[in-house]
Design a binder for this molecule. Structure first.
Ligand SMILES: [Zn+2]
Length: 215
């Protein structure tokens, strides 16, 4: 299982912020391997919506610092695209934010529990993680507004990466926060048909701004 071991030299400092539309950012953490995800956020006049947290305390604090580098607004809404720890363990650092996800994301996160040593991973410095599951949940989807900009948060059903994957689709910018999903197939080869049905004019190009890391 050596392929599951995080490669050495993957530094938090290598993470970069990219503005992909006005006030919308992708936060990209090389190299996207296990426990290293990509996130993104949208800046409004009175608050920020973040799509996912990061895995460890240090990585999440670095992400929050990246947000603070472009806005003084607080993160008021945190959307978890699925329950995996690289997207949710850092939730507790988003003090004051409403944490939103699919019903099963909350359930699966509570079932998994806090980070713990796993035989085939190298030891990870998690920091002082406190489990903070989503506390506003939905069954099929929810619409979140950033000022007047609508963001469609939709459960994609199954088969997918997990039982509780959601995507965040921003139709006005043709932007897709794909969370744990890749178009076409997931890590185990499962097709992800929902990515073809996220809306927008037929044939409209979609730009995935925050694809998955691992697991
Ligand atoms: Zn995942």
């Amino acid at each position: 299982m050596t392929s599951a071991v995080p490669p050495p030299g993957v530094s938090i400092a290598d993470a970069r912020l990219q503005e992909v539309a006005d006030g919308i950012y992708a936060y990209i953490q090389p190299d996207g391997s296990w426990w290293i995800n990509n996130t993104g956020f949208l800046v409004g006049r009175r608050g920020v919506v973040s799509v996912d947290a990061c895995s460890t305390e240090r990585r999440t604090r670095a992400y929050l610092a990246a947000i603070a580098s472009v806005t003084e607004q607080p993160v008021r809404t945190l959307i978890n695209t699925h329950h995996h720890g690289d997207h949710t363990f850092g939730n507790y650092l988003f003090a004051g934010a409403t944490i939103v996800a699919h019903d099963k994301c909350r359930e699966e996160m509570r079932n998994f529990g806090p980070p713990r040593p796993v035989p085939f991973w190298t030891e990870i410095d998690w920091g002082d993680i406190e489990l903070e599951p989503p506390f506003l949940t939905y069954e099929s989807g929810i619409r979140v507004y950033v000022d007047d900009l609508a963001c469609e948060v939709r459960h994609v059903g199954s088969p997918a990466h997990t039982t509780n994957d959601s995507i965040v689709w921003v139709p006005d910018h043709s932007l897709l926060f794909s969370g744990g999903l890749r178009a076409g197939a997931d890590r185990r080869g499962a097709q992800v048909p929902a990515l073809r049905d996220v809306g927008g004019p037929r044939g409209q190009e979609r730009r995935a701004v925050a694809a998955r890391g691992g697991p």
